[in-house]
Design a protein around this ligand. Structure first.
Ligand code: FAD
Length: 594
């Protein structure tokens, strides 16, 4: 085995240990890769319980009133600070401990309910929604998920009320997208009572205003010369905690305090370890699943603002003696924003419900949600910007700020390229393992027995592909869409199998192929969420004597456009310019090509 192969094997082994622990129920996205439609996870469209809906309505009412009176997004952007009065207000309403259990001072909300809160904040001010996410979605998440009762009792009440603030510190100079490459060291003290932390973190939201930080650092694995990442609770009053830069000046979400800090021989008691020692990466990935879900909610809120701004301008601004909304090229943009906002909400709701319903593994769905909603929001902002013409460019309007704010979304909490590749590779692992088994069996020296086994395994694998899955919608009007979706899932599964058979292990490095597969499955997931929501709304309307729903056209349009995109991505698997793209890039980068 050469050095490169050995490194690859090591990476695969690490990923296997990290991502695929033990048997789990088949999730929705993994099911799609196998040609299944695991309808239980996505249909009927989830609803917040009546009891919690009442509480949510009350909280939303209070939140809206507070934000109307006290939140000034333009001023937050100008002064690059979120006033303490806003943070305190959010704390009073319960936003900063929304999903923390009531016994620790939280609101005990589900993820679905929490997403409605974040959508409301995301509608108005991205700085504020990112601040809340950094504190609540990821800052205190490891404590909520992995903390012991004693740790929760000690830390959570003040963090839930906002009296104290939290942050999540993973990123370092050498550990950006490559999160596993954390270099911060945590050495155990001789008496075993504490760990001594050394290293630097950068780009950490809330670092300078946080009272408690979840910090990822590398600890020795007992009995070996290896190290593994462990999660620690660190407080800035610990001697050796040094804030290098409290607020790194930046382009967007300027109200958030993004900082750099160093830990120099900081003694952290062993009681501050969160989760099992050496399992910090698993802790971090699970925490980010939650962050990505509320990311979806914030983007949904911002997309709804885009729609509102587009409608207002297109209905009032006149050129050529007509309001802009009369021009088809303007209408096209507005229709697309409406369709995307509808889909973003549906996808966020269903992803949050997977967490609430206890699906063990939702990392594919949260990754898809994050990529899909952040890319769609960027398009929405671009479209509404264009509709507003020159006026959008000036700082007295919200659009230039919204555009600056939105740009981080495609980079933070997992760059979209990294997540796109992740979705394809993790999704393909299931069918890929089966093909590997077939191949390995065929290569067995006792070929007769090998062939018989391979034949059985092959029949099982391909058997899944011959059936078009049934999509169980209730509304007869949606049967046509449901049938189209079923056929596309079937075609997707065939395309995945074909790619695995054609490329085998090199597919692990073929990101252009991975991107098409990931894009196709993201649209299949988005279309499923839209169909589920649309079906529920039609059923509700019909129960109330109406034949249609207010957002019917947006849902129709999304499904049509989404199906068209899936067909396009699948066609691109065989009809593309990949060789030419890579040859061009390699020639420019001075690399040897194939
Ligand atoms: C405003 C802001 C707030 C942040 N808040 C936090 C926080 O609270 N906590 C925290 O821990 N971190 C935080 N981050 C860090 C953020 O998560 C990282 O910036 C992000 O993970 C990307 O890492 P990087 O910037 O080092 O980019 P790099 O890893 O250097 O990547 C640069 C680009 O290269 C491409 N790329 C990288 N790897 C691959 C690949 N495998 N395949 C294809 N393309 C690839 C992508 O296009 C990527 O955007 C924040 C960052 C910013 C800017």
């Amino acid at each position: 085995m050469n050095k490169l192969d050995a490194q690859r094997q090591k990476e695969i082994q690490q990923a296997e240990e990290l991502l695929f622990a033990g048997p789990q129920a088949l999730g929705f996205a993994k099911g799609l890769f196998q040609g299944h439609f695991v309808s239980d996870w996505v249909m009927p469209y989830p609803r917040i319980s009546a009891e919690q809906q009442g509480e949510l309505d009350g909280t939303l009412k209070g939140l809206r009133q507070f934000l109307d009176e006290s939140l000034d997004p333009a001023e937050i952007d100008r002064s690059a600070d979120i006033p303490r009065s806003v943070i305190d207000g959010l704390g009073r309403i319960g936003v900063l401990g929304m999903t923390a259990p009531k016994e620790y001072g939280g609101h005990g909300f589900s993820q679905m309910a929490n997403c409605k809160i974040l959508e409301e904040i995301g509608r108005r001010c991205a700085s504020t929604s990112v601040f809340v996410n950094a504190h609540h979605s990821i800052g205190i998440r490891a404590l909520l998920l992995f903390g012991t009762h004693e740790q929760k009792q000690r830390w959570l009440p003040k963090l839930s009320s906002g009296e104290q603030l939290g942050a999540f510190a993973l990123t370092e100079k050498e550990a950006g997208s490559d999160a596993a490459n954390v270099q911060m060291q945590a050495r155990p003290s001789e008496d075993g009572s504490h760990f001594i932390l050394n290293g630097e973190k950068r780009y950490i939201t809330n670092a300078a205003i946080a009272d408690v930080l979840t910090v990822m650092a590398r600890t020795p694995v007992p009995g070996s010369d290896k190290t593994a990442v462990t999660a620690f609770l660190v407080t800035p009053d610990m001697p050796g905690f040094e804030m290098i830069e409290a607020r790194m000046p930046k382009m967007g979400i300027r109200g958030t305090a993004t900082g750099r800090f160093a830990l120099r021989d900081v003694k952290v008691p062993k009681e501050n370890i969160l989760g099992p020692p050496g399992k910090g990466l698993k802790v971090a990935l699970t925490v980010l699943d939650f962050g990505r879900t509320t990311f979806g909610a914030c983007c949904t809120g911002a997309a709804k603002t885009c729609l509102q701004l587009a409608i207002e301008h297109a209905s009032t601004r006149k050129q050529f003696n007509k309001t802009l909304g009369n021009f088809h090229l303007v209408q096209k943009k507005i229709a697309r924003i409406a369709a995307d906002a509808y889909a973003m909400e549906a996808m966020t709701t269903i992803t949050a419900s997977l967490i609430d319903r206890g699906l063990e593994d939702y990392m594919l769905e949260t990754a898809m949600l994050k990529v899909f909603t952040t890319e769609r929001l960027w398009e929405c902002i671009n479209d509404v910007f264009q509709i507003h013409g020159g006026s959008a460019y000036f700082v007295d309007r919200p659009l230039e700020r919204m555009m600056r704010d939105a740009r981080i979304n495609q980079i933070g909490e997992g760059a979209n390229e990294v997540l796109t590749s992740f979705v394809a590779l993790v999704g393909m692992r299931g069918p890929g393992m089966e093909f590997k088994e077939i191949y390995d069996t065929m290569m067995k020296p006792t070929r007769k027995q090998g062939f018989a086994k391979a034949w059985a395994a092959g029949k099982h694998r391909l058997g899944a592909t011959v059936r078009v899955p049934e999509i169980p919608v209730h509304s007869p009007e949606l049967r046509g869409f449901a049938n189209q979706l079923g056929r596309l899932i079937w075609r997707f599964n065939i395309a995945v199998n074909r790619a695995l058979i054609t490329y085998r292990e090199p597919i692990l490095d073929m990101q252009l192929v991975q991107e098409r597969i990931a894009n196709a499955v993201m649209d299949l997931f988005a279309a499923t969420c839209v169909l589920s929501r649309y079906d529920a709304e039609l059923q509700f309307a019909q129960r109330n004597g109406n034949s249609s729903t207010p957002e019917r056209f947006a849902a129709d349009l999304f499904l049509r456009q989404s199906f068209r995109r899936v067909r396009h991505f699948l066609a691109g698997l065989t009809d593309n310019d990949d060789k030419s793209v890579l040859a061009t890039a390699n020639s420019i980068l001075g690399k040897p090509g194939d």
